[in-house]
Ligand binder design. Sequence first.
Ligand SMILES: Nc1ncnc2c1ncn2[C@@H]1O[C@H](COP(=O)(O)OP(=O)(O)OP(=O)(O)O)[C@@H](O)[C@H]1O
Length: 252
Amino acid sequence: MKTLAIKNLSKTYFDAYQGAHVTAVRDVSLNVNQGEFVAVVGPSGCGKTTVLNMIAGFIPNSGGEILLDGRAVSGPGPERGVVFQSHALFPWKTVLDNVGFGPKMRGKPKAECDTIAREYIALAGLSHAEDRYPNELSGGMQQRVGVARALANHPDILLMDEPFASVDAQTRMTLQEELTRIWQERRPTILFITHDVPEAVFLADRVIVLSKGTVLDEIVIDLPRPRVWDDLIEDDAFKTLSARVLQKVRSA
Ligand SMILES: Nc1ncnc2c1ncn2[C@@H]1O[C@H](COP(=O)(O)OP(=O)(O)OP(=O)(O)O)[C@@H](O)[C@H]1O
């Protein structure tokens, strides 16, 4: 069982403007079990991205520990796939080569990279666009490529930092539905950061509310799957859970 276990994690930055240390994350403990979809919500500045960046290994932690499958995280690694708001695709590579980049880096021959890439491109509903370049794609399509590229690496965990924040509301809802479909088909372990409460409740099995750098509450989302907006938007259980999470975030 490949569990992400975070224990008493903390992060202190030196803020050059204030000329002082600021604590961005304090004493955060949380687990994400294999195949689970966990969302972290909280107001701006509560430390969401800092937590994700430490798990990704992009920045060192100041205290506590991060264990993936029992091993301490030190630096970035292919077993942790990351999807950001800005998709960071290679502009000079086609969709096929963007998605096949991870397998290529792992030394796989070109034909195998293409086969793996095509599988995930199809999963993301982009088979018709595999020869296109990123600047020929809409924002929503670019984000789908980012998800496919991360999954093609077969990561133990997918770390997603506000991946749908820069697309329009309609596309965002479609991407949320697609992500839950992909999750149900493949069951990747996902830690999803967002400040959008309905998004967190729609996607996750569990929502963790972060406040001022620490865990305020954890709410189990026991809504049935598959989840589609047409069913949930007026669903009483969805509304009640969203209101509960929102209340926590507002009290944060
Ligand atoms: N490199 C840095 N140097 C100094 N302070 C930082 C740095 N990065 C983040 N901080 C501070 O740490 C705190 C947490 O920031 P973080 O970006 O993790 O929050 P967030 O919850 O992701 O916010 P948002 O939703 O606005 O992205 C904030 O007070 C921020 O100003």
